[in-house]
Design a protein around this ligand. Sequence first.
Ligand code: SAM
Length: 266
Amino acid sequence: MRPRKRFGQHFLHDQGVLQGMADAIRLKTGDRVLEIGPGQGALTDYLYANEGMHYLAVEIDRDLAPLLPKRYPNINVINQDILRVDLNEVFSGGAVVDGPPWRVVGNLPYNISSPLIIKLIDHVLVAPGTIGDMHFMLQKEMASRLSAIPGTKAWGRLSVMIQVTARVDYLFDVGPESFTPPPKVDSSVIRITPIANAHLPVARQNLDQVLRMAFSARRKRLSNALKNLAINWQEVDVDSGLRADDVTVEQFIQLAQWAAANPVKI
Ligand code: SAM
């Protein structure tokens, strides 16, 4: 079957990489698994072990979606766009209504990885405890942004948004030659572990606003980049001389909390 570019189809054929992912994920009997984009089942073959698992997959390609249940009758495949599915329905439906937290896995189509991760992280906030962990193959640059630390070039809006609710571990890199067809970029495997009882201590829109302003002027000092918020710097424990690159998650939250409590009058 010809790989479809519009669905970001790069199929993994490197057995070493597949085994490496399976070793990192370590599924066990009784696990509830959601695989995003199983394709021809390269990763599924390494992960799916027995009937004791509750294994669900979401695959957009209607030619590929029927393949897995032929091989593994106990796997359910939803033939839909993962960005459009209602995660509440996905996680609450199926054979096992009450069970352990879901393990989410996938060699993701790179064109949707950013909105997909935001969608999953938002779900962690509305339904804490539903997702135990997530293991994804991603574009390397995206993996670096998600797992970045302050003071580095990769530190940005996405790093803060995800690290408010989850721990991100960068596991290993994968070269283009491990895929058919090879993508133009390098890839990496990461683990995202939601923080227990994760909650956003400030409205999402306030945090978004501060992050957008700070990172769109990342060379400027905060006093300048955030001047439209009219922050009283005596009231926050953040140095106004810092640049966005050096501001920690906790400091961004403080700034967003201040902005939420002191809306600017126009
Ligand atoms: N897991 C397979 C592997 O490792 O060989 C395929 C990985 S390929 C990078 C991405 C897969 O995600 C493809 O099977 C593609 O059809 C599917 N896909 C792309 N966009 C999707 C979407 N919006 N929702 C669900 N699946 C999608």
